[in-house]
Design a protein around this ligand. Structure first.
Ligand SMILES: [Zn+2]
Length: 357
């Protein structure tokens, strides 16, 4: 079945049947360049308005030529296109097809049609600064191997737009959508960035893999550490995300130097050991062990024989130790980098930093 033409060439421009006068006065020609016969506008009252060949038979390529011309026209007028992402079969890391570039809408500085490129002629040349993109519009004839070889030699990206869905007629708005916005019907015949995109992809994958291995190992180590280092000679190991930290006595001593002095702060300054734990619950008495001696630092509200001043002083110590606790938690693995590090004290499978006094 031949499709009735509702567009024709008028002074080398595509015009819709609605834009021209009836009959031969429309001054229109067949869009098939090989035919280019005079057309007559048939705008009667019975049939849908259309063009037909005047003195020749309806030619076979008219509709396909029209579709071609229309698609190129759309690109020339809109000067933009949505490029599909570029796929790559990753058989090294993911064993799957991955995208190495994303879908992207691009605006061209200029669009030229049918410009010869030496030994071949792309349908459309879109220019982006100094970069060019060739666009091929395919309805029934798709790009062949010979043309692909020529393209590769030129090293300019070539995109093919498949319009075979419109073989039996088109609505202009749908065609605009297919040419400009859609990506399902577009494929890269050649992409000049492909090599470097693959290289980048593989390099990133390599780093990703190495990082994953590193973190998996660190996590595994942390899990093992948890079993043997939950308490080290009474020093609490504090679990942060994947790492463990210890209340370092040296850091506690240094931190204590910044606080207003009192009995407990004085002991800590001199290197007495505190395991970083404040015992007791809110509302009740809170206490700590310093060198295994128990000290109350937050008297309970009940059974309190202390004067208001003494109570307030003790509560101040509670505040100081709470702050010290936060400062003294450090990454256990950092001990070896500490200037006070003096080796570990090993005790069974546990060990604790033997800091320099
Ligand atoms: Zn024709």
């Amino acid at each position: 079945m031949k499709i009735k033409l509702d567009y024709a060439l008028h002074k080398n421009e595509l015009v819709h049947i609605s834009q021209v006068v009836n009959g031969l006065d429309c001054n229109c020609y067949c869009p098939n360049i090989k035919c280019n016969s005079k057309l007559i506008a048939r705008k009667g009252t019975v049939n849908k308005h259309h063009f037909s060949h005047y003195q020749t038979d309806e030619c076979a390529g008219a509709y396909e030529s029209l579709l071609h011309l229309m698609a190129k026209d759309i690109l020339k007028n809109k000067k933009e296109i949505v490029l599909p992402g570029l796929q790559f079969h990753d058989d090294i890391y993911d064993q799957s097809i991955v995208y190495i570039s994303n879908t992207k809408r691009v605006k061209a500085d200029s669009v030229r049609l049918e410009v010869s490129q030496g030994d071949f002629q792309p349908d459309v040349v879109m220019e982006f600064g100094k970069k060019e993109l060739f666009v091929e519009v395919a309805v029934t004839h798709f790009i062949d191997q010979e043309k692909i070889k020529k393209i590769e030699k030129k090293d300019v990206s070539v995109l093919e737009i498949d319009l075979s869905d419109f073989r039996n007629g088109f609505d202009k708005q749908d065609l605009i959508e297919a040419v400009i916005d859609s990506t399902d019907n577009k494929s890269w015949i050649y992409n000049s960035l492909e090599d470097s995109l693959i290289r980048n992809y593989l390099a990133n994958k390599k780093i990703e893999k190495e990082n994953k291995e590193y973190y998996d190992k660190a996590l595994e180590k942390a899990k093992n550490d948890k079993r043997i280092k939950s308490r080290i000679n009474g020093y609490r190991i504090i679990k942060t995300k994947n790492y463990y930290s210890i209340c370092c006595p040296k850091i506690i001593a240094e931190g204590a130097n910044k606080f207003q002095s009192n009995e407990i702060i004085e002991k800590l300054r001199k290197g007495s050991r505190w395991n970083g734990i404040i015992y007791g619950h809110t509302g009740q008495s809170r206490y700590v062990f310093i060198d295994k001696d128990k000290y109350e630092i937050f008297p309970s509200d009940k059974n309190n024989n202390l004067s208001p001043i003494e109570t307030s002083q003790k509560r101040k110590i509670y505040g100081q130790l709470s702050r010290l606790k936060g400062q003294a938690a450090l990454d256990f693995e950092e001990c070896e980098k500490c200037i006070y590090f003096n080796g570990y004290i090993e005790d069974k499978e546990e060990f604790v930093c033997k800091f320099k006094k």
